[in-house]
Design a protein around this ligand. Sequence first.
Ligand code: GLN
Length: 274
Amino acid sequence: MTDVRTILRQAAEALGDRLEAELLLAHVLGVNRAWFFAHADDELGTDATAAFGGLVRRRAEGEPVAYITGTRDFWSMTLEVGPATLIPRPETELLVELVLERLPAGGRVLDLGTGSGAIALAVAKERPDASVTAVDFSEPALVVARRNAERHGLQRVRFAASNWYSAVVDERFDVIVSNPPYIESSDAHLGQGDLRFEPSSALASGADGLDDIRRIASGASAHLVDGGWLLMEHGWNQGQAARSILERTDLMDVFTAQDLEARDRVSGARLAVR
Ligand code: GLN
């Protein structure tokens, strides 16, 4: 028998990551990480020890922690995630903040490529007055997103299968938001780390990584109300490229916002107020 403190220390050393060890043990025990403070001296039973050992091995072999536990925290919510969805990243919370700053009372939001539903559900949670539509090309991703809506009492979010704007042709929104795929299809990172396990359709987007950003940008003006905003996440080195794509549309007030690590992360623009 081993105590919680020791087994966590061993796993943190094996994985080179204390947080990951805690997330896996919390999952096995059905507790949250705060529990460890008061229970460091508790003895762990043999079943729990064996189960934890199995998860640590899977992680050591590369499987993302979020797919092993089936969850990832985003904004103030625990979301179900799985191999059909991208794992929400902390930097994507910037996109949520920018939406909340721009969404008028009772406004309509469209989340393109919602995946686990992270952005749409965070906005819906903060803004009960908003009408939120979330679309994804992937039916398996929509199944996960709908379960997340239910889990957080946000069934009023409308989900639809859609290839970007295909399911919302006649609709206009106050804010269109997207964390689209934006990695260059030849980027070596796609074959490394967690990305190996995530859906490539949610990650890669053509030779320069900008195919989907171009599609979303070119369709935006037909789906925004006057003064409405388009906001898209992109790579740290794509700010300039994203702005020039936006500048070639009917949209104006093009800008780029930086994430907490001061990297270009989101670019946006809006339809003129007539
Ligand atoms: N931010 C992710 C990464 O670089 C990519 C997500 C995306 O393509 N939307 O790992």
